[in-house]
Design a protein around this ligand. Sequence first.
Ligand SMILES: Cc1ncc(COP(=O)(O)O)c(C=O)c1O
Length: 384
Amino acid sequence: MNPFDLSLETIEELVQQHGTPIYVVSRKKIIENFKRLDDGLPAVKFFYAMKANPCHEILQALKEAGAGFDVASKGEILAAIAAGADPAEDLIFADTVKDPKQIAYAHSIGLDDFTFDNHSEITQIARHAPGAKVHLRIIVSNEGSVAHLSHKFGADIAEAIPLLQAARDQGLVPRGISFHVGSQCLDPQRYVEALNTTRGIFDEAAKVGITLKTIDIGGGFPVRYIDEEIDIPGLCRTIREHYRKLFGEGSGRTCDLMAEPGRAIVGDAMILVTKVISESVRHGRNWLYFDDGTYGSFMEVLLYQMKFPWRTNTQGSPTPYVLAGPTCDSIDVFSRDSAGEICTVELPEMHLDDLLIAGSMGAYTFSESTRFNGFEPPKFVFID
Ligand SMILES: Cc1ncc(COP(=O)(O)O)c(C=O)c1O
């Protein structure tokens, strides 16, 4: 079940038991989300992007369900191993900007799959993980996605063949192509276009004697926050059918498929329960201050103007509020409009000790929370 649908009575009991702020998580929902992708794309090997939520119990549940992990650092590698992952079988190092010490560490424990998008990364990987298998990440359109990643990552398409050749010349094994259509991708056409581009690179690479064998279709699979129309089986069907058309039997270029979903696996499997710890009226507006905020779970509000569904445990008349966190920074306000400006949101009247329940809080909340001002992230409470 989506924990956002828990009764108020249950949520209040959990608060009595554990205090606030808490994350309430459904392991079953996480596995259901994973299986939906796994069933929709049976030819794909999934590496959960643990940057979305690296909570140990979540990693363990996904490992048991058959997932591998996309890691970005030694810290993530250690967390994945603690959850039972085998570095050689279950991990890919898919961040294109890697600390060389961490490349060397990964290599020393058998992790043998790195992603790159420029010449200096080839040099670093060849120095610290000689002979490793590599994926070239290419730029693809992120239009229509909430978090754009192609500003910072991905090689220009014109650079793809020279980069693959350079990797081969430095003793690496070019294994395939990877892309990321942007996080919370709301247009399936992005995957279709990215596969088309990939097919072109496979053909060009073959002409220079490089046989590519895998496509890593990245992450981007979306989650319902407010009223987005999300159809994961439909999205999987689009990807499956287009892949078959371009790379399937008879195309002369069959290959293995991988993916690195994060948000779609954990996003709607966790809620946040946070409490009003202070209130005031400032410049004619009602402000509520909570025991969690921007430096805790709501970083994506600041970064991407993300909107989360809210409930409260109150029943008063609708009242406009500015919602703020507890830290000593005035940027710590998590009611913002689509331009990122502070705004009010209407909630049933709230006062000290009342609870705000935020839904779809599983991805990029805990993992992006800071220790600013000494505030600890919320405690995890599992309901199944
Ligand atoms: C390299 C890489 N892989 C996978 C992901 C996961 O993306 P998502 O959570 O949109 O599925 C990200 C997100 O930033 C990423 O940078």
